[in-house]
Ligand binder design. Sequence first.
Ligand code: NAD
Ligand code: ZN
Length: 360
Amino acid sequence: MSYKNFPMVPRVVFGRGSFNQLNDIIAPKRLSSSAPFIFLVDDVFKGNIWLTRRIPLSYQDKVLFISANEEPKTSQVDELVEQLILTHKELPSGIIGIGGGTILDLAKAVSIMLTNKGSASDYQGWDLVKNPAVYHVGIPTISGTGAEVSRTTVLTGPHKKLGINSDYTPFNQVVLDPELTKDVPKNQWFYTGMDCYIHCIESLNGTYLNAFSQSYGEKAYDLCNEVFVKSKLSIEQSQDKLMMASWHGGMSIAYSQVGVAHAMSYGLSYLLGTKHGIGNCIVFNHLETFYPEGVALFKKMIQKHNIKLPQGICSQLDDHHYDTMIDVALNLEPLWENALGKDWKKIITREKLKDLYQKM
Ligand code: NAD
Ligand code: ZN
């Protein structure tokens, strides 16, 4: 038995308004006046001077506004990297991602691909990255994915949706400023928040569970309960706690795995482009056989917050489509092994998966 020796984010600042410290944090990391900091910023903040005027720019630093309407693609990473290499004489001093999981994952992937040859798709998998990434900073503006702590960056490539899982993937610095989440629309708040809740359920009910994962998973679960079920919190407390739930949920899966909802949600995402948060919710809603208590509480939360999940998203699909989704889902072997144990292949069949997808 060999235990994972996994890297953690070495520096983190937490607090409302901590975003104002960004200049103090990154200035010592500047390599030279011609090695810029590149800020990858969710384009939802374009024209939002409350945030943008606090981005500390000097020399040739640049802000690139990026849409989070679609999840990150390997081709998008390759294009960004090429653009940065062509327009600057030197490698950037740092890549700073400001946004949700989509932008955070892009920032991680770009920082890796600036120092590694080829296409981002060459590195989808486990421990394929050869060289350390450029210094990279993650600043979440919505809470739930755990992308701010994780060792992966999830990308859709030409052949698969799979993360670049490596010791060089985690951020060198994270800034947790819950105030940045204040304008997240309600539905999105719920979907991305449920990503965290589902991380907890899948980790706490998985066969990979251990005291390390459990300690983080239980904390994240309790925080989700406070935020989504009990609702006795002020808006500020709720933002603060959900940001820490996301962190703990991410830490929990770092040392275990996700499960059935994530595997099936990857299938939806690959075929239909369904985004991670909402896709997880659509799938999880039908997983009472696997996670009875977790799904029951989830249904209560849906009701309490008056969320209308999309129905019938698979109604127009043919067998070929189902096969594609099932292939993507079944390919994620560690997720199934975590969820169902070593004999998972005997428990979950293509037919069962098709039945489930048909209900969605
Ligand atoms: P997201 O980044 O896709 O953003 C969702 C929506 O919220 C977008 O429209 C965005 O513009 C908007 N938004 C974000 N912050 C906002 C703010 N402060 N105010 C108003 N609108 C705001 O959402 P997400 O759920 O955080 O991320 C999903 C992505 O994360 C997926 O690509 C998924 O694969 C990835 N993910 C990665 C990991 C990991 O460990 N690397 C884990 C889980 C999910
Ligand atoms: Zn997730």
